[in-house]
Structure formats: C-alpha cells, structure tokens
Design a protein around this ligand. Structure first.
Ligand SMILES: NC(=O)c1ccc[n+]([C@@H]2O[C@H](COP(=O)([O-])OP(=O)(O)OC[C@H]3O[C@@H](n4cnc5c(N)ncnc54)[C@H](O)[C@@H]3O)[C@@H](O)[C@H]2O)c1
Length: 352
C-alpha cells in the first residue's frame, strides 16, 4: 500500500489491498466492508470451493482463487480477512502470515493447542499484525458497561453472570460444519472474551458441566449446553451458560443476558428481548435485529460490521487493535479448559 495518513491531519492517500479467505456467510461481511471502506479495496477472494469464490468476487469486480497459494502470491494483497469454519483457521492463518499478510481472523483463534501454537509461531516469526474478530467489543451496551466498570462506578467487581445461547436452527441449519465445532467455540469464545474485557482479567480456573441429547437425536454429535463456573485471577466469580438448543420461536437468534455485580453497583443487560423494535405481523411476531448487522440504506451497519471497519482503519493508521493475538490465544485456552472440565467433571486450572 502507499498510504500517507494520520487521523489528525484528516487527509489520507492510498488504500490497503484486501483479500478474503472463506467466501461463506461471514466472508461476505468481510468482503462488503473491504470494498466499502475508504481505507481499503477488495482485491481478491479465495475459497476451496472455486465457484463460491467466483460468485463473491464478481459482486465487487475482484479476482477469485481456489488455490490459497496462488491467492497469497498476489502482491496487491496487503491484508486478509479469514472466515473459514471454526476448526479450519490454522492453515490459512499460518500461510497468510508466511506470505507477510496482516490478518483479521474470525473467532475463535483456533480449536486445539497445536493450532494455537502454530498460529502464534507464524505470526511472531513473520511480524504480521493480527486481530481476532471479537465483535462484542463493539456492541454499544457492552462498551458502555465496560466504560462504567473502568470508571469504578460499580466499585470492585464481585461477580458476573453471562448467558449467550443460539436458537437450534444455527447448529442444525445455518452452520454446515457444526459437528466440528460446538457452542463453546461458536459463542462461548465471545462470552469468555467479553468477560475478560469487561473485567480486565484472566480466568484462573473453571468447573463446567454439560448435557447432550437434543442435538444428538437430530444426528449432530455435539453437546447441547454447557454451564460453567469460573474464578478470575482477581477473585471475581462468574457463571456462564452456552447452549445451542433454544427454540426457534425465540424472537432473536441469540439469547443474551449479562449481569455484572460490583461492591457498589450493578449492570444488567438483556439483549434477547431488548424491545427496541417489536414487529406484530398477521402471521408472526418478531424483533428484527437493530444492533448486530442491520441494513441501513444501502449498507450493512451494526457492531459486527463496525469491528471489521475498525480493523481496516487501525491497520491503515498503524494503531493498536481492540482485540489481538493474546486475546485470541487466552480465549481458546480457556475454552479448552472448559471442555476438559466438562469431560472430567472436575475443576481445571486455565494455563495461559
Ligand atoms: N455465521 C455467522 O454469523 C458468523 C458470525 C461471525 C463470525 N463467524 C465465524 O466466521 C467463520 C466462518 O463462518 P461462516 O458462517 O461464514 O462459515 P461458512 O460455512 O458459511 O463459510 C466458510 C467458507 O470457508 C471455505 N473454506 C473452508 N476451508 C477453507 C480453506 N482452507 N481455504 C479457503 N476456504 C475455505 C468453505 O468452502 C466455505 O465457503 C467461523 O469461524 C465463524 O465462527 C460466523
């Protein structure tokens, strides 16, 4: 790229060339932002399924690749957005780092200790910049809660409760790769990252229980739900719930309840039924999304898109990211500890 820029000057020149790896549901969001931001241009799209890559690239006049090595050899690509399935983040990330590309990696960073180590090694050795897309850090109620906690308005944090579930159509219909992931990777990673960020703390140990049966009866061999007790290094105790079997009739795809109790105050967030917009139609009732990724005029908006725009801008201006490699690593290691705890039915220390 040939950028001469500083936010202070208000003037920018040049833009970053971007590529997208994984042209599925969320890769489309990345492509839309890279094409729309004044600080980036979408150069190319890569997907193992060449037809998918072509279809997405064609929307923006970008190049399409089925072979990631050819894609990464494209000198016009400065940075990539990686939106491959949860368990398939390692190879594209390591190859992109080896090719010297900066990376916005979808959550979770990785799903095994080996994959975590390989990504940390490649990113460190190649000195590329990486953000993990924990987009809840851009959710307005969560940001306002964090600012309040930081200002000490709640006193000392004492405990937290965070329930983040999906309706059952997400594992059964939306994600073709759900069997190789779990609610812990898909949403538990957000839950843990958000609590770490709100409390500015790391999880010391976890004790988790899980149940299986509902999804297994539908042919999907992953747990239905995890309930986890955790203690942070500061002493804060938290209970989190992550489940994948909420009935589809719930008006929001996510079931979200978050409470942080401090020595002087408390914050309570209910994003499941936020009541901002209720729609009563002849045949159904719903609450359309207004926070995560609503279409505003001709462009997607909301915090899920804000996170991607923010990555582009901070990369362009050389600023620290809102979530980085260490956040991704520590969250993935905490999820692995929760899985081990649920399996052994015993407390497990989180080794970071
Ligand atoms: N679906 C969502 O709402 C959502 C939201 C935020 C984040 N995410 C995260 O984004 C990631 C992708 O999710 P999705 O829902 O878009 O999945 P998806 O199945 O819709 O798309 C994944 C795409 O990646 C391609 N792919 C797989 N391995 C590849 C490889 N090695 N190289 C190139 N292409 C490859 C597949 O062919 C597929 O087209 C996941 O980690 C998920 O947790 C998803």
């Amino acid at each position: 790229m040939t950028a001469t820029a500083s936010r202070a000057s208000g003037k920018v020149a040049g833009s970053l060339g971007f590529g997208v790896i994984g042209a599925g549901l969320w890769g489309r969001a990345h492509a839309e932002v890279y094409a729309a931001s004044p600080y980036s241009r979408l150069v190319a799209v890569c997907d193992l399924d060449g037809e998918r890559a072509k279809a997405l690239a064609a929307l923006y006049g970008a190049r399409a690749y089925a072979d990631i090595r050819d894609f990464l050899a494209d000198p016009q690509i400065d940075a990539v957005g990686i939106a491959t399935p949860d368990a398939m983040h390692r190879d594209p990330t390591v190859l992109a780092a080896n090719a010297g590309k900066h990376i916005l990696l979808e959550k979770p960073l990785a799903t095994t200790q080996d994959d975590i180590a390989a990504i940390v090694e490649a990113v460190g050795r190649n000195r590329v910049r990486l953000m993990v897309d924990f987009h809840a850090r851009f959710s307005p109620p969560i940001v306002v809660a964090r600012d309040s906690i930081r200002r000490g308005e709640l006193g000392d944090p004492v405990s937290a409760y965070y329930r983040l579930n999906d309706v059952i159509s997400v594992p059964l219909k939306m994600l073709s790769w759900a069997a190789k992931s779990s609610i812990l990777w898909f949403l538990g990673s957000h839950t843990i990252d958000t609590l770490r960020w709100l409390l500015d703390d790391e999880v010391a140990w976890v004790h988790s229980v899980s149940r299986s049966g509902v999804l297994a009866a539908q042919g999907l061999a992953v747990p239905d739900i995890y309930q986890t007790l955790m203690k942070f290094r500061s002493g804060v105790i938290a209970t989190i719930e992550n489940g994948w079997i909420v009935p589809n009739t719930q008006p929001n795809v996510n079931d979200i309840k978050l409470n942080v109790l401090g020595s002087k105050g408390m914050i309570d967030i209910d994003l499941t039924n936020n009541g901002v917009l209720q729609r009563f139609l002849p045949d159904r009732y719903d609450q359309p999304d207004v926070f995560v990724k609503p279409q505003i005029h001709d462009r997607h908006s909301g915090f899920a898109y804000a996170a991607i725009y923010d990555f582009v801008e901070r990369l362009f201006f050389g600023e620290d990211f809102v979530s980085d490699l260490r956040d991704g690593v520590n969250v993935s290691k905490t999820v692995l500890a929760i899985m081990e705890s649920a399996e052994r039915e015993a407390p497990v220390a989180v080794e970071l």
